[in-house]
Every structure is written in C-alpha cells, then in structure tokens.
Design a protein around this ligand. Structure first.
Ligand SMILES: *[C@@H]1O[C@H](CO)[C@@H](O)[C@H](O)[C@H]1NC(C)=O
Ligand SMILES: *[C@@H]1O[C@H](CO)[C@@H](O)[C@H](O)[C@H]1NC(C)=O
Length: 354
C-alpha cells in the first residue's frame, strides 16, 4: 500500500517538475498581474446588437476595421490581405490586394488616399495603383512591430498606434497575458516624412481618434480598461489625462461620431472572469508556455459603448452570447447607422441607430 502511494506521489512530483521545466524553457512572457476593474459601471444587458444586418456576408474574412470616404464608399480590411470596398449601390469590389493576414486600422486621408495600419509592415498609404509604406520604423529608432490604428489630423499629421514592440499581431494574446506597457503612440509627419514617438509605455494602445475641434486625441489602452486624452492644442498641449477608465471591457478601436461623442468597441475576455488567473503571473506563464491552452482564451460576445466628449458612458449595446455578431473590434457611425468590424465574422455589421 505505502509503496503505491509513494509511487503516485513520485509520479505527481515528476509531472510538476516536467511542467515547471517546460515553463522555464518555453515561456515567452514576463507577465505582470492584470486586474479587471472591480467598480466598473454596470449597465443593464440588452441584445441590441442582435439586430445587426450582415453586409458582404461570406466574402469578408474577419474585417477588423472600416471607414467611409467623402463619397460614402465604405472600405474594410480582410485577413486575406484585401482592402474591399462597398459602393453606395451596395455592390462590393476587391479594391487593392495588400497581402498578409495583419491589415488592421484604416482611415481616409485628405490627400485622397487611404491610410492603413498593417501590423507587420507599418503605416501604409493606399491608392488605386497599390500600397506604399510610409513608415516601418520610428525615424532613427526602433521597428514598428504592431501597427494597429490610425487617424489623420487636418494639418496632415498622422497619428497611429504601435500596440506592442515585443509581440506581433499573431501573438497578441501573449501581449495580453504579459500585461506590460509594451506599446506606444506614434506620429507621422508627411512634410518631413519622419515618424516620432508621442507617448511611450502604453499598455496595448489600440484605437485612436480625434476630438471634434482636434484639441485632443483619444487613445485606448486595451490592457488597462481605459482610454487616454492627449492634448494637441491649448494650454494643456502635450499633456495627457485619463479620458475614461473602469470600462466594462477592454477597449479596442475608437471612432468619433458626428455629434462629437465616441464609439468604443469593448472586448470581454473570458479569462478576466477568472480573476485568479489574470492576477497570477505564474498561471499566465503556464498558459503562455502551452499554445493549446491559449485557444481557450477568447473574447466573449460583443459590446460597444457610446461615450460622450465628457468621458461619460451614454449607451452600451451588447450581443452577450455572440449569437449574431461577436468579437466586435470597431464601431463607425455613418448616416444614422452603426457599422461594425470584427475579428470573428465574415461580414460587416450594420445597425440602425434610433
Ligand atoms: C454600383 O456602383 C459601382 C460604382 O459606381 C459600379 O461600378 C457598379 O457597376 C454598380 N453596380 C450595380 C449593380 O449597379
Ligand atoms: C536621423 O539621423 C540622421 C543621421 O544621423 C540625422 O541627420 C537626422 O537629423 C536624424 N533625424 C531625426 C529626426 O532625428
């Protein structure tokens, strides 16, 4: 009997030792604890997003972001490397093949071109003839590893995020598990063709948007459940405040609405509900060492919030179970409708706003 117990204890010890050795050798992250806000605002759940109409269903492979040009043509990005566009009459067209799985934030430019963040390649400018790279590194500085979202100011300056200088798009979950401020906000100046750092040490900077008067920009820190307000004009120019914190999910892309408020897509990671894991660097080291375990970590359902210019939540729309739309990464308001990008669907969502 005693021999049997001894054998089992020995086997358990050997297993633990094997796991510890595997983690010590293979763990790619050096994690900090991540604490979801305890006091985040509670809004009654609704399934408003289940009223979403599906545009381009079947042809769009996980269209993460979208934008509209002056003529009302919608542009979106797919995991097949295409920029697809939808004309006013509802017909779709494969516009430009950029290539690769990592096309993310997209925005219009006053030059008539489309600006694009290709996580791997950097900041791109796209015209009918094709795509050209504007910036793949900070001028005289480090490589852009994870170009994520972009917006152009009326003076021509282009603000964009580099979500992580440690992990690329394919490994975004590792950056989430590591929970360190590995990212930054960058600025591309077209007159000098130079790229500089505006804000370093951000925790997965994701969406970026400009206020109505362009006196500040809003940049969302996905890992910190908050968005910052960085002043571009006035006496606070160059200073940074918190725009909104304690968000009920991880903020992804942010877009200004016609009324001056902002639409923020929020991700609810199922791991956040297991506070013990996200707060435990050791548990996260183990998760990060076994790719099969990471497949269990997914955003759950879909959520978008409308936040006033005063930084207060006005409305939240959900599809809690992701019945119709899930993993919504961007929400763009245009002519009375909300258009939704996602890293899970094969369509762009369209929702009538009342
Ligand atoms: C829709 O508009 C586009 C651009 O003007 C045009 O090329 C296309 O032929 C139109 N399609 C239909 C079905 O009318
Ligand atoms: C980058 O380095 C070059 C050569 O050292 C220098 O001439 C240039 O001024 C630098 N640019 C910036 C923006 O620092």
């Amino acid at each position: 009997m005693a021999g049997g117990w001894l054998f089992m204890a020995g086997a358990a010890f050997a297993t633990l030792l094997a796991i510890a050795t595997h983690v010590a050798v293979h763990c790619p992250i050096s994690p900090l604890p991540l604490s979801p806000p305890s006091s985040s605002l509670r809004f009654p759940s609704n399934n408003f997003l289940q009223g979403t109409e599906k545009l381009g269903e079947g042809r769009l492979n996980r269209p993460e972001d979208l934008c509209f040009d002056e003529e009302g043509i919608m542009y979106t990005v797919t995991r097949d490397g295409w920029i697809e566009r939808m004309h006013r009459n509802g017909s779709w067209e494969q516009w430009v093949l950029v290539g690769g799985p990592s096309l993310l934030g997209i925005a219009t430019s006053s030059t008539g071109a489309i600006l694009l963040c290709d996580a791997d390649k950097g900041l791109l400018k796209v015209r009918d003839e094709g795509a050209t790279i504007l910036a793949s590194q900070v001028t005289n500085g480090t490589r852009i590893r994870f170009a994520d979202d972009v917006i152009e100011a009326s003076d021509g300056a282009v603000y964009f995020t580099d979500a992580s200088s440690k992990f690329g798009f394919e490994d975004w979950l590792l950056d989430y598990l590591e929970a360190r401020p590995n990212g930054r906000l960058l600025k591309y100046e077209p007159s000098t063709k130079t790229t500089s750092e505006v804000l370093p040490y951000l925790s997965f900077p994701n969406g970026v948007a400009l206020s109505e008067g362009e006196d500040y920009l809003v940049v969302c820190e996905t890992l910190r459940f908050r968005c910052l307000k960085h002043w571009l004009k006035g006496e606070k120019k160059g200073k940074t405040d918190v725009f909104i914190d304690n968000l009920p999910g991880h903020p992804d892309n942010v877009n200004r609405a016609p009324d001056g408020s902002f639409w923020i897509a929020l991700l609810q990671m199922d791991l956040d509900r297991f506070g013990l894991i996200s707060r435990s660097p050791m548990a996260k080291r183990i998760l990060a060492s076994f790719p099969a375990l990471q497949q269990m970590i997914k955003p759950k359902g879909a959520m978008v919030a409308n936040v006033g210019a005063d930084g207060k939540i006005r409305r939240i729309f959900y599809d809690s179970d992701g019945k119709v739309i899930s993993f919504v990464t961007s929400a763009v308001e245009f002519e009375g409708y909300l258009f939704l990008g996602s890293l899970d669907t094969n369509f762009v969502g369209k929702l009538l706003l009342k």
